[in-house]
Design a protein. Structure first.
Length: 574
């Protein structure tokens, strides 16, 4: 190992970090300092808490209590570790190996540095000091043989981090192929959503028949614990609690075997990650561009799947100007292809469905007839709230494509109208789906369902009107493949927050029909009058008029700010 090379490379990386910190003066530098100070306090707090918890809390505890403590620690670490893994779609290399391959340096050393630095995460910062403190506290409180838990826990973390690094490298190789990139992003996004909703699904949907588990007999609890202890022997990440219980009983063999096993599995994962990384940078593996199809005779032939969506762009929308219809269809087609839009749509469709499924399987509580309209209106509002980030930055997802809109001779009113029409299925269908899922359990009346459909249209027009204004005044460039803005300026962020608060305030009148019907019924007025439906239709008619009247001034504002919008949405990451 050449220590001079390592010192030089680390010095170079340190200088780059210092330069970046110097450039990010102001709020960015303050946030970085706060994050660093917070990480130090988290580490100290976890170490002190683990030390005194092991020395005082578990000093005289039973082996089962020690086993349960390490089991909870392991599950918590794995939970936060998986969240950090699936949210980071690609491996972020601290030192780019490709830029150093022409230098006489050992790539294995650089790979090891990248491996160490890439796992400097919050879960590691909290878990390692807590593990060390808990092991030392148990050693003082119960005996020095408990120190064997420290290498066992460290080997477990090493094993998980090594195979995580290998998995992240494999994901990075998959995402070099643009055709598979969207699939990878969608799958990982669904994994994040389902992982976060896992406890909710288990306890409220799948485990609804076991709600009285607190009444389980002692024999059943013992049988369940015995099964869990047997299962731990075959699950490597659970070898830590599997070795803690026998060690507390005076048997160090399982802890030693678990340490050796975790080290061996981790070394295998690290070796595989290194080999795949070197092969990737040598160009031996990775995504390849699709080969073009050549047809003898000089005739051009489109690749399979090229014209499968041509019919969508050739459609004609009735009662819609041709320019607005063309832009709406083109925008809708681009939305179906954009991975960041798919990420937003996946969350918008899945989370309301999970909420409705939880509500249905748990059995809805008795809701007074006057309050059912509020539940239906809430079903319309929930998906719309989740789409505010997308509908309030419509030009940010165009990026370089905004030049085509800027140079087109189309009326700016039709550009705004086309953008809004493209978002109509996205803004209406999730609410319609959620309403359909809850209307049967709540036994909503047909008049309430029809009134809610008008409220859906009113909400969409409201969000479109205010979203057009936000998109014009505060456009932001979106990083391709994500929903993250590209280094937004502080004034733009504050303006976005203020405008979104205005948008939230503009959505509150949607509850007036349900509130009016509740007041009507509470005063014992005739139930035959459909107050909710009448006011919903009236509110929708007013919003249609407001939307149409605001198209002209917003189109003029769009024309004035076209160049500034272009500068914002085409900004590149430095």
């Amino acid at each position: 190992m050449n220590w001079e090379q390592i010192k030089t490379i680390l010095w170079l990386r340190w200088r780059l970090i210092c330069n970046q910190s110097r450039r990010s003066h102001g709020l960015g530098l303050a946030v970085s300092i706060l994050i660093g100070v917070g990480a130090v306090f988290f580490s100290l707090g976890s170490f002190i808490g683990g030390f005194f918890g092991g020395m005082l809390g578990l000093g005289g505890a039973s082996p089962t209590a020690i086993w349960l403590t390490w089991l909870i620690f392991t599950f918590a670490f794995l939970f936060f570790w998986v969240i950090g893994l699936v949210t980071e779609l690609q491996r972020s290399e601290t030192i780019d190996l490709q830029k150093l391959m022409h230098l006489p340096v050992a790539l294995g050393q650089l790979f090891f540095i990248n491996f160490l630095v890439s796992h400097f995460t919050l879960s590691i910062i909290v878990a390692v000091p807590a593990m060390l403190g808990l092991g030392l506290g148990l050693a003082i409180g119960r005996g020095f043989e408990m120190l064997l838990l420290i290498p066992l826990a460290a080997s477990m973390i090493f094993m998980i981090s090594a195979w995580t690094y290998c998995f992240r490298g494999w994901i990075a190789q998959l995402m070099t192929n643009p055709r598979r990139r969207r699939t990878v992003i969608m799958c990982l996004t669904l994994a994040v959503v389902l992982l976060g909703q896992g406890p909710n699904l288990y306890f409220n949907v799948f485990g609804r028949y076991h709600r009285h588990s607190d009444q389980m007999s002692p024999g059943a609890q013992t049988q369940l614990m015995d099964r869990l202890l047997v299962a731990e022997e075959y699950i490597p990440p659970l070898w830590l609690p599997c070795g803690a219980r026998p060690l507390a009983m005076g048997n160090p063999v399982p802890a030693l075997l678990g340490t050796l096993g975790c080290l061996a599995i981790g070394a295998l994962g690290l070796r595989r990650a290194y080999r795949s990384t070197i092969r990737f940078y040598h160009g031996e593996i990775g995504g390849k561009a699709a080969a073009k199809i050549k047809i003898p005779g000089g005739k051009a032939m489109a690749a399979p799947g090229t014209n499968q969506n041509a019919g969508l762009l050739e459609l004609r929308l009735p009662y819609v100007p041709e320019q607005a219809a063309a832009l709406a269809l083109a925008t809708f087609r681009s939305m179906l292809r954009a991975p960041e839009v798919k990420m937003a749509l996946a969350a918008v469709f899945i989370l309301p469905v999970i909420a409705a499924a939880t509500f249905v399987f748990r059995g809805p509580a008795h809701i007074p007839e006057g309050l059912k309209a509020f539940a239906a209106t809430g079903a319309a509002v929930l998906p719309t709230l989740m789409l505010i980030q997308f509908l309030a930055n419509q030009f940010g997802y165009d990026r370089d494509g905004f030049r085509a809109l800027m140079l087109s001779p189309a009326d700016r009113r039709f550009i705004l109208l086309g953008k809004n029409l493209a978002c109509l299925p996205v803004g209406i269908f999730p609410g319609f789906l959620l309403l359909g899922l809850i209307c049967i359990p709540l036994r909503l009346s047909p008049l309430t369902v029809i009134a809610t459909l008008f409220q859906l249209l009113t909400l969409f027009l409201t969000v479109s009107t205010v979203g057009n204004l936000i998109s014009i005044l505060a456009p932001q460039h979106i990083v391709p493949g994500s929903l993250r803005p590209t280094r937004p300026k502080l004034q733009i962020v504050l303006l976005m927050l203020a405008l979104q608060m205005i948008l939230m305030a503009a959505m509150t009148p949607i509850f007036l029909p349900a509130l009016s019907e509740l007041v009507w019924r509470s005063n014992s007025l005739p139930d035959l009058v459909p107050v909710n439906l009448i006011l919903s239709v009236a509110l929708c008619a007013v919003m249609v008029l407001v939307y149409w009247q605001t198209l002209n001034p917003l189109s003029r504002l769009l024309q004035k700010r076209e160049t500034k919008i272009l500068e914002s949405v085409t900004a590149e990451v430095e």
